[in-house]
Design a binder for this molecule. Structure first.
Ligand code: BGC
Length: 446
């Protein structure tokens, strides 16, 4: 199997160096992802997106400048996603210009000594896939396999790590949240609007006035050419059958990639909470960990690594049990500022997972960059402690490199190490970007 120089060097790096970098996802930073399902949904009247993504951070054209800023800190890794909707804008039609684009991005990573960690699917899908039944359709397994095979054939010589699917468990978490909201609405209709979606580690807005929803649904049906209740985007509530399809997609992509590049490290990522319990509620916390992670283990046996994504903790309580210390410090996203969650998650996961673990996302939305640095410092302390305790953690990617499009919550959520003036697309590195250097120093000497 051909292995180019960049990749051989990465192999050596992998043996010796702890990976430190930052993460992005195509739709959130590139701009003009026009063939995707999300683009279509954002543009519709009555949309529950607070604003459309439009040019995003124009990373599609400015990636060299962005990667240079990242590399200048001494960071050695960049996690990003390849956009399936760009590669295959119509079913079976591959866009050579887009393949060449991502080749350039990968080459830039190697030139800058950034190990590329490539996600094949980060929430957005080609619009045609959704019209074909999306993430509840058996046919998606073969489509995803073909796409993964194409990436392996055309770009795999430059890819060191592959995350097949970002937060494969998110559809299940969304289903549970919505079921909870519906149950609450039945019990106390007047209080239902107070239910918060901040229970998810992602910007989602399920609270939409019913008249707006009706308009939106009508637009969806026209745009996707199927009934709104058949529109299964990746972030739609997922059925049990859909869960099996996601895992089959992961396995198919892994097999396709490994068949061509056995040396590439292939894994998947999960949205993982630090599940904590008040006295008596331990079984609830265990059920949370079971649903978020342990249920998936049988499908991951042939994986090379696990991608852990954590933003906060979840405290489980019995019905009527009061949380003794209500969280007082919240992030802009509306969940608790609790950086220690990451170390706890690593220790919890390592009880059942003994292969390498890569922190593929961890971060905070805040306008106060000193607070971001505090978050990073406390989170990385937990990573260092986990590593010292024998957890096979091999890297840390902060979310996110740039202030970006936080899905339905739009651009107001500032997770970035680099601020972006979206009128001029000027980059303004924050102090926290330079802080990556301290993480490199700390982790490579630990
Ligand atoms: C997702 C990102 C998202 C981030 C912050 C993660 O769940 O992978 O796309 O922007 O959380 O909410």
């Amino acid at each position: 199997m051909r292995m180019d120089r960049g990749k051989q060097e990465d192999e050596q790096v992998k043996q010796t160096k702890f990976l430190v970098g930052a993460a992005t996802a195509a739709h959130q930073v590139e701009g003009n992802n026009k063939k995707s399902d999300y683009w279509a949904m954002e543009q519709l009247p009555g949309s529950n997106f607070s604003e459309p993504s439009l040019d995003a951070a124009d990373h599609y054209h400015r990636y060299k400048e962005d990667l240079q800023l990242l590399a200048d800190t001494g960071a050695n890794a960049y996690r990003f996603s390849i956009e399936w909707a760009r590669i295959e804008p119509q079913k079976g039609v591959y866009d050579e210009t887009e393949i060449a684009h991502y080749r350039e991005v990968l080459l830039t990573c190697h030139q800058l000594n950034l190990t590329p960690i490539v996600t094949l699917h980060h929430f957005t899908s080609p619009k045609w896939l959704i019209t074909e039944g999306g993430w509840e359709a058996q046919t998606t397994i073969a489509y995803f396999r073909q796409y993964a095979q194409l990436i392996a054939e055309r770009l795999g010589d430059l890819i060191t790590y592959v995350c097949t699917i970002n937060e494969a468990n998110m559809g299940k978490q969304i289903r549970k949240l919505i079921e909870g909201m519906q149950a609450a609405a039945q019990q106390a209709p007047e209080a239902a609007t107070e239910e918060k979606t901040a229970d998810l580690q992602i910007g989602l807005n399920e609270l939409q006035a019913s008249d707006e929803r009706a308009i939106f649904n009508q637009g969806l049906a026209g745009s996707f050419e199927i009934a709104p209740d058949k529109i299964q985007t990746f972030l739609a509530p997922r059925s049990e059958a859909g869960e099996a399809i996601i895992m089959a997609c992961h396995q198919a992509a892994r097999e396709a990639f490994k068949a061509i590049h056995p040396e590439t490290q292939v894994g998947i990522t999960f949205s993982l909470y630090d599940h904590q319990a008040l006295p008596g509620a331990e079984a609830l916390a265990e059920a949370g960990q079971q649903a978020d992670f342990l249920d998936y283990l049988p499908y991951l046996e042939a994986d090379d690594f696990l991608g852990v994504q954590n933003y906060t903790r979840k405290i489980h309580a019995l019905p009527g049990q009061a949380v003794p210390e209500e969280p007082t410090r919240m992030t802009k996203m509306g969940y608790e500022f609790y950086p220690e969650a990451l170390g706890n998650v690593l220790q919890a996961v390592a009880k059942q997972w003994h292969k390498p673990i890569l922190v593929t996302e961890n971060g905070v939305a805040t306008d106060n960059d000193a607070e971001r640095i505090e978050f990073m410092a406390r989170a990385i302390e937990g990573v260092a402690q986990a590593k010292a305790a024998g957890v096979p953690v091999i890297g840390y990617c902060y979310w996110s490199l740039l202030d970006n499009f936080e899905w339905q919550l739009g651009y107001a959520q500032t997770f970035g190490l680099i601020a972006v003036d979206r009128k001029t697309q000027t980059r303004y590195p924050k102090e926290s970007l330079a802080y990556l250097h301290q993480i490199v120093e700390k982790m490579q000497n630990s």
